[in-house]
Design a binder for this molecule. Structure first.
Ligand SMILES: Nc1ncnc2c1ncn2[C@@H]1O[C@H](COP(=O)(O)OP(=O)(O)OP(=O)(O)O)[C@@H](O)[C@H]1O
Ligand SMILES: [Mg+2]
Length: 498
């Protein structure tokens, strides 16, 4: 009962059953009226014929008495051979609708009967000379009411009923019994209903299956993912919402798989980065220990290598710790007001000599009066890394340019561009990943390779300041790193007005 498929199935079934029930009810109600209308039509036809017959009977030289006339009409009705004739009644009534002369069906006495809705005195004649019959109802004591038509008596015919106040001739038949109508219809309706319900069962099953089956697939795949199988993908089938769910599930599993892979790569990278320096540290220290290196000069050299390599390891560990602290939000950035020009001048001092040595033209162009709010040291760390990278990859005679300009009110854009050999498009996408280094990573100045952590750390710092960083590069023409920072306009204005 709790399963979605059963619920959907039952819902479809209930809807079909209720709809069929309502349709049957409406049909029953309409059939009653339809039968009445058919009966009235045939009564009207019969009424016109009876009226004409009465006129004809009265035309002779010896007109019949009222009783004879009624007998004559009775016989006429019986001879017309309709299946309902046995039940057909004839009566002559006065203005109040009371039966004043004769009028019997084979088994019904109409003495006490009263005609409702009697419209007397209408002598309009129809095309065949017959007067138009009016629809009415005949109340017969102790019996179901009957349908009737009344035809106003012509003077000739009325003469057959002297002193009775007779005004109309009434032809009546019992109304079609609803239970008979229902009795006829019910087996057919039940049969149609059963076919409908059977169709509903099949369709309901198929429809509920089309929704439930893809959901079951997703649930099964989710269980596999929970057990650690991240390759699971589900086919996107079923209704739109279920297809969207499947697509989202697939995206999610893809992301989980990717992040697992990143974690594995990360550990592999760290192990790899640690292995080389630790191997040489162990090699040299063992050589000293077991007496392979004994000369003081050799020991000095070994000690230098051990010191350099352990600094390298230490730097790696510090950078990793730094990155993970910024990523997890443990490092709080200072919120001091910084004039961008001041920051740029500071990094110029750091890199001017190195640019000179490498014969690289270092251009620094800060927009005037731009203030930002942030952490001076951390932003310097970003610029240091970007300029270090740029100088490392720009050959002698090239240019490295650090510039800033207002992008839109409240946002300043800082660019570090170089005229180096550029980065292939497939590498640009991965620049900011941890440990990512382009394949050929030896700088123009031949300095030692970095760890590939600088840009990852830079991105975290920029993001912590509410900005974003990206790179564009053209092979052979150079690279441009761009990052945005929110300005401290209001703070600057306040300071200016003081
Ligand atoms: N301006 C540039 N021109 C060409 N390649 C670049 C440039 N900047 C970065 N790269 C490429 O991107 C890689 C990643 O840079 P990132 O600063 O993250 O690491 P790194 O400089 O190699 O090492 P670290 O900064 O950790 O000392 C570099 O190894 C280099 O291949
Ligand atoms: Mg770097």
């Amino acid at each position: 009962m709790g399963s979605l498929q059963v619920r959907l199935f039952l819902t479809y079934l209930i809807i079909i059953v209720v709809t069929l029930g309502l349709a049957a009810l409406t049909l029953y109600l309409q059939v009653g009226g339809y039968r009445d209308s058919l009966s009235y039509n045939s009564l009207e036809d019969l009424g016109r014929l009876v009226d004409l017959q009465a006129e004809t009977a009265m035309e002779g030289s010896e007109p019949p008495t009222g009783t004879d006339l009624l007998l004559n009409l009775r016989n006429f009705v019986n001879s017309s051979n309709s299946p309902t004739d046995e039940e057909t009644s004839l009566a002559v009534v006065d203005t109040a609708g009371r039966v004043v002369a004769g009028g019997w069906a084979s088994s019904v006495a109409l003495d006490e009967a009263v005609v409702d809705d009697l419209k007397s005195g209408d002598a309009t004649t129809g095309p065949a000379g017959a007067r138009a019959p009016t629809r009415c109802r005949l109340e017969v004591p102790g019996r179901p009411r009957q349908l009737c038509v009344s035809i106003p008596l012509s003077e000739t015919v009325a003469a057959a009923f002297p002193g009775t106040g007779a005004t109309d001739l009434v032809v009546a038949e019992p109304a079609a019994d609803l239970t008979t109508v229902f009795g006829d219809l019910t087996p057919r309706l039940v049969f149609s209903g059963l076919i409908g319900v059977a169709a509903a069962l099949v369709l309901g099953f198929l429809l509920s299956q089309s929704v439930a089956a893809p959901l079951r697939n997703i649930a099964r795949a989710a269980r596999s993912v929970a057990r650690g199988s991240y390759r699971q993908r589900v086919p996107a089938t079923g209704p739109t919402e279920v297809r969207e769910l499947a697509a989202t599930f697939n995206r999610m599993t893809g992301e989980v798989q990717r992040s697992q892979q990143t974690l594995r790569d990360f550990l592999a990278n760290i192990s790899h980065e640690l292995k080389t320096p630790l191997t040489s540290i162990r090699g040299f220290s063992e050589a000293i220990q077991d007496g392979t290196i004994v000369d003081p000069e050799g020991i000095q050299r070994s000690a230098r290598v051990i010191s350099t390599e352990s600094s390298r390891v230490l730097r790696l560990v510090e950078e990793l710790l730094d990155l993970s602290r910024i990523e997890s939000g443990q490092v709080s950035m200072q919120q001091e007001e910084i004039e961008l020009r001041e920051l740029f001048e500071h990094v110029r001092e750091i890199f001017a000599l190195r640019a000179d040595e490498g014969s690289v033209n270092l251009e620094i162009a800060a927009a005037d009066g731009v203030h930002i709010r942030g952490d001076f040291d951390r932003l310097e760390q970003v610029l240091n890394n970007l300029l270090d990278n740029a100088l490392r990859h720009t050959p002698a005679g090239g240019t490295v340019r650090l510039a800033s300009h207002a992008l839109q009110p409240g946002v300043v854009q800082v660019t570090v561009s170089d005229t180096g050999r550029g980065i292939p498009p497939e590498d640009v996408l991965h620049l900011f990943e941890r440990f990512y280094r382009a394949k050929d990573n030896t700088g123009s100045d031949g300095r030692s390779k970095g760890y590939g952590l600088g840009l990852a750390i830079s991105r975290e710092i920029v993001r912590a300041h509410g900005g974003e960083i990206w790179a564009t590069s053209e092979a052979g023409r150079g690279t441009m790193f761009v990052f945005t920072l929110p300005t401290a306009i209001r703070a600057a204005r306040k300071r200016g007005s003081r």
